[in-house]
Design a protein around this ligand. Structure first.
Ligand code: RIB
Ligand code: NA
Length: 309
């Protein structure tokens, strides 16, 4: 039986332009290519968890507009076990304008979270059965904090394991951190959460101590091409990065988190799960788009087997 992941998180309509370089202020620059597709950290992580081998219930909120109709259609055909999609007439569907440029296929993103920030307490209450039925709750910081806090509290009470990917960074109260089972910041988020400048494994280890002191039990700090650091407060372990030829790094963190959640839901031990997630993210960055760039379980396994040069 496949494990169940409930993803509570954002949906954004992403419009991506591939550029030779980033434009300057005031400049109009011709793109090499463009695409639109499903994005938002929530929808991306849900897609990754699904393709990495979990049963997934995705919960999100969109506007009553064309992008919202796109979201509904897209999510209905994505293969999730269940989708709960709330809607509002007050705000647009979340959207992101993304430039991808340069040798490392870095991105620059302008996000309008729109409907993602409008979850009411009552809507979150309706999500209780889905959260309670899951092995893992996976959530991010792209929704209103009031909803995230409530969702995490529900999971806690129902004994559902909580993974919080604190992205994009917004200040979070220690009371929320204390309820999280596994926190997965990247270097920037980890720096902002701790005040420790995180750039490598050694500084990530120092930051880890600060987070453990705040009540975080399990921590994975992702460090891009330097891999990741896993820490449980007593010991820490470096997780190697897998080689990749980046084409579009959008969604790399989401790939890691979704794959990690799927593995944990399927009872894979944390350090093996993190290694798989790193391989999964390496394949994701070689493809254009966000949700569309999430590889299959098999593709990530193949990357894990490939010899590291
Ligand atoms: O993590 C990548 C995502 O961040 C994109 O899909 C975009 O929507 C932004 O929310
Ligand atoms: Na990608």
């Amino acid at each position: 039986m496949k494990g169940k992941v409930c993803v509570f998180g954002s949906f954004n309509l992403d419009i991506v332009a591939g550029m030779a370089r980033f434009p300057q202020p005031g400049e109009s620059l011709i793109a090499r290519n463009s695409m639109m597709g499903a994005g938002g950290k929530g929808a991306n992580q849900a897609t990754a968890a699904l393709r990495a081998g979990a049963r997934v219930h995705y919960i999100g909120k969109v506007g009553r507009d064309d992008f919202g109709s796109f979201a509904r259609r897209h999510l209905a055909g994505a293969g999730f076990d269940a989708v709960t999609l709330f809607s509002t007439g007050e705000c647009p569907t979340g959207n992101a304008l993304i430039y991808v440029a340069g040798e490392d296929a870095e991105n620059m993103i302008a996000v309008d979270p729109g409907a993602n920030l409008t979850f009411s307490d009552e809507e979150v209450r309706q999500c209780r059965p889905a959260i309670a039925a899951a092995d893992i709750l996976l959530t991010q910081l792209e929704n209103n904090l009031s909803a995230i806090e409530q969702v995490v509290a529900i999971a806690r009470e129902a004994n559902t394991f909580v993974i919080l990917n604190p992205a994009p960074f917004q200040p979070v109260p220690d009371s929320l951190l204390a309820q999280v089972d596994l926190l997965t910041p990247n270097a920037t988020e980890c720096t902002l959460l701790t005040g420790v400048q995180v750039r490598d494994l050694a500084s990530a280890r120092r930051a880890a101590q600060v987070l453990h002191a705040k009540g975080i039990r399990l921590l994975i700090v992702t460090l891009g091409t330097q891999g990741a650091l896993f820490s449980d407060g007593e010991r820490s372990e470096p997780i190697p990065a897998f080689p990749a030829q980046p084409k579009d790094t959008t969604g790399a963190g989401d790939a890691f988190n979704g794959a990690l959640a799927a593995q944990l839901a399927n009872n894979v031990p944390l350090s093996d799960a993190a290694r798989f997630a790193a391989a999964y993210a390496a394949v994701c960055v070689e493809r254009a788009g966000a949700a569309a760039s999430m590889p299959s379980y098999e593709e990530a396994r193949e990357r894990q087997r490939a010899p590291v040069s």
